[in-house]
Design a protein around this ligand. Structure first.
Ligand SMILES: Cc1ncc(COP(=O)(O)O)c(C=O)c1O
Length: 385
């Protein structure tokens, strides 16, 4: 093997397995749950850390009608991989990047007169036909979106331009994961009023959408014509226990192998800062994964565990950049090469992304999005063992 070929084969036995059959199952289950609303899958942030391109192919094959991303670059990655499905850009393209969005065939969100005007000039005389634009309304999240009283003028400007087409009017819910939040009702009512005003002004609204995973799973009124499902596609509920009764299957396993084993004598301490001192002789296994891979340093002090041989073992001491140490107990038969599961199932035991999120005082979204770029992603079919 020459060096160029070797560089494509990971030398380190640490990887992320993505089960595309689970992704497809989730999409089918979510479609059934929200029908007749269409399902669009959010694959931004490299498919929430799962790998945008393989996930995009799997969701489309399972019946998703379109994709959504945050960045023009993310849309370009999908197009470069040969994916031709509709791609919604969830925020306005940055000034100067509107032409690039058009070239990538992405359908942008708009909420300012400047970007509508730039979109009109970019698509003037374009033989590709009117460019679908999606008008986003700020109904209460106050992150991005047109104010409700700006909506009619923007819709008219889009409708009046032969190079543009108003494809949807939409909003984003701020507290959809809170079951009885009044704001969700208020946001849906505001979207409804804005759409009615646009229609009264003589502009058709062919599609309305508001729901993310939480909105669609637990607020039937939020499903409207389309749902933008992100986290649920990956088999993770948007908040603990919030699955709306849908059988969601986690698609990701974060896996490594024991690289080194030794017995550490009673009274010795393990890893930086000597924060883990052993009371009796014990077996310490080293695993080649660290905070540079998204296994956050705080997990070392939060009581996090890993799975080896179908059992849970605690991370021993400080998580380092490339390696962790694990206390496998006295007289352990753990050996170099044994599989270590950091997130996922091994036998009957499971460590979920939600478990890490709980230990890190964050949400599972941040856990999977934070898994390191240097960890190879493999679909289940090309994974080891
Ligand atoms: C505008 C928008 N819609 C939909 C989603 C998908 O949300 P979720 O992953 O909770 O389904 C996101 C994700 O952040 C988003 O920003």
């Amino acid at each position: 093997m020459d060096i160029a070929t070797m560089a494509t084969v990971p030398a380190r036995p640490t990887w992320i397995e993505v089960d595309l059959a689970a992704v497809a199952h989730n999409v089918r289950a979510l479609r059934a749950h929200v029908a007749p609303a269409a399902v669009w899958s959010v694959v931004k942030a490299d498919g929430y850390g799962h790998g945008a391109v393989p996930v995009a192919r799997a969701v489309l094959a399972a019946g998703a009608e379109g994709l959504a991303v945050a960045l023009v670059e993310e849309a370009e990655e999908l197009r470069n991989a040969g994916i031709v499905a509709p791609v919604l850009l969830l925020s306005e393209p940055p000034p100067g990047a509107v032409g690039r969005a058009r070239a990538a065939g992405v359908e942008p969100t708009v909420y300012s007169a400047e970007v509508v005007a730039e979109s009109a000039s970019v698509s003037a005389g374009d033989s590709a036909g009117p460019w679908p634009l999606h008008l986003k309304i700020d109904t209460g999240m106050h992150r991005v979106g047109a104010q409700p009283d700006e909506a009619v003028a923007l819709a008219r400007a889009i409708d009046a331009d032969p190079g543009l087409h108003l494809a949807s009017v939409w909003t984003h819910l701020a507290v959809a994961d809170e079951l009885d939040a009044l704001l969700t009702e208020v946001q849906l009512a505001r979207l409804d009023q804005v759409c009615a005003a646009i229609v009264a002004a003589g502009v058709a609204v062919p599609c309305r959408h508001a729901a993310n995973s939480a909105g669609a799973l637990v607020h039937p009124a939020a499903r409207l014509d389309r749902v933008r499902f992100g986290i649920a596609v990956y088999g993770i509920p948007p908040a603990p226990g919030l699955d709306g009764g849908v059988d969601l299957r986690p698609a990701l396993r974060f896996v490594s192998q024991v690289s080194h084993v030794k017995v550490v004598a009673a009274g010795e301490a393990v890893s930086y800062g000597q924060r883990y001192r052993v009371a009796h002789d014990t077996t310490i296994a080293t695993v080649p994964v660290g905070y540079a891979d998204g296994l956050r340093r705080a997990l070392g002090t939060a009581g996090a565990e890993v799975l080896i041989g179908g059992r849970r073992w605690p991370i021993a001491g400080t998580v380092t950049m490339d390696q962790i140490t694990v206390d496998c107990g006295p007289g352990s038969s753990v050996a170099r090469g044994d599989e270590v599961v950091l997130i996922g199932r091994q036998g009957t035991e499971v460590i979920s992304a939600e478990e890490w999120a709980d230990q890190l005082d964050t949400i599972a979204y941040e856990v999977t999005c934070g898994l390191g770029r240097r960890v190879p992603r493999r679909t289940a079919t090309d994974s080891r063992g």
